[in-house]
Design a protein around this ligand. Sequence first.
Ligand code: XIL
Length: 502
Amino acid sequence: MTARPPAHRGEDRATRRPLRTALLIGATTAVAALTAMFVIPDANAAASTLGAAAAQSGRYFGTAIAAGKLGDSAYTTIAAREFNMVTPENEMKIDATEPQRGQFSFGNADQIYNWATQRGMKVRGHTLAWHSQQPGWMQSLSGSTLRQAMIDHINGVMAHYKGKLAYWDVVNEAFNEDGSRRQSNLQGTGNDWIEVAFRTARAADPSVKLCYNDYNIENWSYAKTQGVYNMIRDFKSRGVPIDCVGLQTHFTGGSSLPGNFQTTLSSFAALGVDVALTEVDVTNASTSQYAGLTQACMNVSRCVGITVWGVRDSDSWRSSESPLLFNGSGQAKAAYSSVLNALNAAGPGPSPSASSSSPAPSTSSSPSASPTPSTGGASKIVGSQSGRCIDVPNSSHNNGTRVQLYDCHGLTNQQWTYTASRQLQVYGSMCLDAAGSGNGSAVQIYSCNGQTNQQWNVNSNGTITGVQSGRCIDVWSTANGAQVQIYDCSGQANQQFRLAAL
Ligand code: XIL
């Protein structure tokens, strides 16, 4: 008798070889006979809990847990069965963990930590620096005293959980709806407070992933989303330690699932960070919105998991909107099935190789550099997919201005001269420049300096690759204003660019 090989959940059925199909058909008679006696486990069977279903694609499915409810067995039964990641709903916040300055208190947080880890669940820390739920003593501080208090708080709490947590929401909700910084007492200590928080956190516990977390950043065309995106891009380009962005995904209180949610997730991910849906709830638990938000995560390999903000509707901070997956009696709602089905249908998920730190890009064919275009003078750089040109916004001459796609018009801010030293010069003295070498690094203009991040190979396969990074010039949209980055060469159309006569 031959054992049936375990099929990988992410296996694409369409790619299975005919030979294997033939073998399976051939075996059908024998299998049919055997099933009369044994139940043969089907490796492709759908998982029956949220955590197990998410785990099939390497993701997690979590919930917020309140310490005060751990004595409620109806609550803990569901939570222990369904989830494999836990976020303490309030117990790791600043007021809970440092009620008096310099006096830390971890009783309730540890209760949740122990409950979760004893059941094999992981824990997400939430949150170290936030304008809200500050203890009274912190609310009244400002300036350098508050800055130091924030640093001391991060160090104190992270020391207690060093090596124990999967993620930390280092900074929570630091932006206004218009994309500017929220005017909190922390912001008043100086615009660098967020990066100081992240640098402090990395030094305190290098083992935990450090996240920025916010709400209303799910719609890609919303100003707040762009504000946060620009900060993450800036952090990545300057080496500020950040590993992930948490999108709270509160589709309650008037918000709903935007059609471009997946674009938002993949755009953040392209900067070289993981993304996660961290506090999901949906007004009246709309099945289509729950399915859609789950599917968006499944479609983005660096979307590492989903957390709902509570177990039953009666546990929700917005219980009047009945926004969760279980009703007050603990029964699964229709939205539960829509989420479970989307998780079960997912292909392979977050892969470690998706990391931004992988040194060498892989290309499907190895390109060779082609000679300088015969015009000899300036060229336009045209994206094959968009038909649009690489353009310096507003004809800026400022170092660090990120280039974009724009309708070709042939003016000087779209005129590039490919030199013998492989620079792409604009305005005579400035060069196309990679702001970093990782996936998602911005492509910008900078004063020519002869370094390898300003050298480009114009390849015969239609790509332009950075000499320093080996990665391809890439855009994630064809629209006017689409920003240009470098990314692992994928052979796809959004990485096809040609130098053409003006
Ligand atoms: C909420 C909790 O659910 C409530 O119990 C508490 O009273 C207020 O905070 N964004 C966040 C979460 O990051 O910490 C908030 O949690 C919900 C909004």
